[in-house]
Design a protein around this ligand. Structure first.
Ligand code: DAT
Ligand code: MG
Length: 137
């Protein structure tokens, strides 16, 4: 049993894809262990993506992530981290396999609909960023 954090990003929420994204995760056997809609402040988006602080796209990425509400969720299941990222597809939708969320709905690399943690350590940090202990019991 593993847990990961996924986010429907502001473009996914604007496009009405919250249900579609959750459907795809649930269809794959992942369970939603916690869920919330939240508007990130610019500073919060910067903290969430701190590992990318030195990248050229950091300002633009964090402007985008704070441009509207997101829906954050904890997904749980066997190999949840890897499976969530498989269902999401590659970071750049041009490289994403057809049938993945990013291939089907994203138009460009920065606004790519969905986030998923990339390791157990990062999943723990990212889950704690959005959810208190009692929200994920
Ligand atoms: P992922 O979201 O697949 O884990 P990442 O952690 O490398 O990808 O990057 C985080 C986000 O930053 C990504 O979802 C979209 C944005 N991003 C990544 N590479 C980018 C680039 N070359 N230009 C613009 N935005 C980029
Ligand atoms: Mg990442």
């Amino acid at each position: 049993m593993e847990r990961t954090l996924s986010i429907v990003k502001p473009d996914g929420v604007r496009k009405g894809l919250v249900g579609e994204v959750i459907r795809r995760f649930e269809n794959a056997g992942l369970r939603v262990a916690a869920l919330k809609r939240v508007a990130l402040r610019k500073r919060e988006a910067e903290a969430f993506y701190a590992v990318h602080a030195e990248k050229g796209f950091f300002q633009s990425l964090t402007d985008f992530m704070s441009s509207g509400p997101v829906v954050a969720m904890v997904l749980e299941g066997e190999n949840a981290i890897k499976r969530t990222r498989e269902i999401m597809g590659a970071t750049n939708p041009k490289d994403a396999v057809p049938g993945t969320i990013r291939a089907d709905f994203a138009e460009e690399v920065e606004q790519n609909i969905v986030h998923g943690s990339d390791s157990p350590d990062n999943a723990a940090v990212e889950i704690a960023f959005f959810f208190s202990q009692r929200e994920i019991q």
